[in-house]
Design a protein around this ligand. Structure first.
Ligand code: SAH
Ligand code: SF4
Length: 362
């Protein structure tokens, strides 16, 4: 098997080149070709010595996952279905806005954590994505949107999967996102979202402290245990402490608490007031996400008025709140709707509808 260069972060690529006696600046050139110019073939790398190109062609490869679906919504949101192997496909979503373009990237095929309101959780789990499969989503979007455009200004790991349970592959991908010879995104323009896997938060803080989003969704353990089952392992007290530790590594940052608005479940005035206690302990912002319907009809979206009122209670107490505009809904590209096609090894998918590859969803 030839080494897939998409699996290597800048340091690993330099090491590989050093190991075969190539100069470090050659590794930098190759990095730029692959990630800045979107090269897929070594033959395109015209400023490399011919001997090196030939050598790379026999010993290495640039193998990205394959695009098997490409949908654009009327609001410009674009969703790719990306096949990672014979049995699994993941989704990534590009959300263009006036001054930025955000790519939402997946980190696992499915998810083990089974949050009550999430389509990815309902389909079960198959496997972790490799670094090549994670950075490959950005590589694909960068090429599809035109490399000259530099359309992707922000990346969020908010697609399918729990990034903190796949940090061995996620961290090298993050390093490529940040590297000036690759995508050159600033640390604050790359966000990892977690449902609260505390050991992962500590590791990310130590190794690559990008912006952190925490899926809070409930103001107390009783409700959070039900909505976000990982809370039973890492309850709020531990989660809050982990947020505080994270910010020690990035002192000028804040944590974004995501809060999905579920009618009659977590959206009462009293629950907003309960959140103030958490907000007082962590430098944070709140991002309220109107619930996006999934196949199971257990929940409904809070009304716009309820969301407004909930936000107001937090804001009056001095907490910064944004409410997420729902994008790409009718191509099932909104938060929590990503389902791809996962050959479930946990047998949870029996409860939800899995769309075969190539099929356009209703
Ligand atoms: N596993 C990570 C990242 C992926 S989910 C996490 O849970 O944080 C990205 C965000 O979408 C999370 O905040 C998640 O709770 C939210 N989400 C999941 N299902 C949703 C739904 N049906 N409607 C709105 N948001 C949802
Ligand atoms: Fe997994 Fe995140 Fe979905 Fe929970 S919300 S099931 S952690 S992807």
């Amino acid at each position: 098997m030839r080494a897939n260069l998409l699996d290597l972060d800048p340091e690993a690529l330099a090491q590989q080149f050093a190991a075969v006696g190539e100069k470090p600046f050659r590794a930098t050139q190759v990095l730029r070709w692959i990630h800045q110019r979107g090269a897929a073939q070594f033959s395109e790398m015209t400023d490399l010595a011919k001997t090196l190109r030939v050598r790379l062609e026999t010993e290495a490869a640039i193998t990205a996952p394959t695009i098997v679906g490409d949908h654009v919504a009327s609001d410009g949101t674009r969703k790719w279905l990306i096949q990672i192997d014979g049995a699994n496909a993941v989704e990534s979503v590009f959300i263009p806005e006036t001054n930025r373009g955000t790519l939402c990237v997946s980190s696992q095929a499915g998810c083990t954590l089974d949050c009550a309101f999430c389509a990815t959780g309902k389909q079960g789990f198959n496997r972790n994505l490799s670094t090549a499969e994670i950075i490959g989503q950005l590589w694909i979007a960068h090429r599809a949107l035109g490399v000259e455009q530099r359309a992707v200004t922000n990346v969020v790991l908010m697609g399918m999967g729990e990034p903190m349970l796949n940090l061995d592959a996620v961290i090298p991908a993050l390093r490529l996102m940040l590297d000036d010879n690759a995508y050159g995104l600033s640390r604050r323009r790359v966000t990892v979202s977690t449902s609260g896997v505390v050991p992962g938060m500590d590791r990310l803080a130590a190794e690559c402290p990008v912006a952190l989003a925490v899926s809070l969704h409930a103001p107390n353990d009783a409700l959070r245990d039900r909505l976000v089952p990982i809370n039973r392992k890492y309850p709020l007290r531990e989660l809050i402490a982990a947020c505080q530790r994270y910010l020690l590594h990035a002192p000028r940052d804040f944590v974004t608490f995501e809060y999905v608005m579920l009618a009659g479940v977590n959206d009462a005035d009293a629950q907003a007031r309960e959140l103030l206690d958490i907000a007082a302990q962590v430098k944070c912002k709140f991002n309220l996400i109107p619930f996006n319907p999934i196949a199971s009809a257990e929940f409904a979206r809070s009304s716009a008025e309820r969301i407004r009122r909930f936000a107001e209670i937090l804001q009056r107490a001095g907490v910064t709140v944004t409410t997420r505009k729902t994008r790409g809904e009718h191509i099932d590209a909104a938060c929590g709707q990503l389902a791809g096609a996962v050959a479930d090894r946990t047998r949870r998918a029996a409860q939800s509808k899995i769309y075969p590859l190539h099929e356009v969803r209703p």
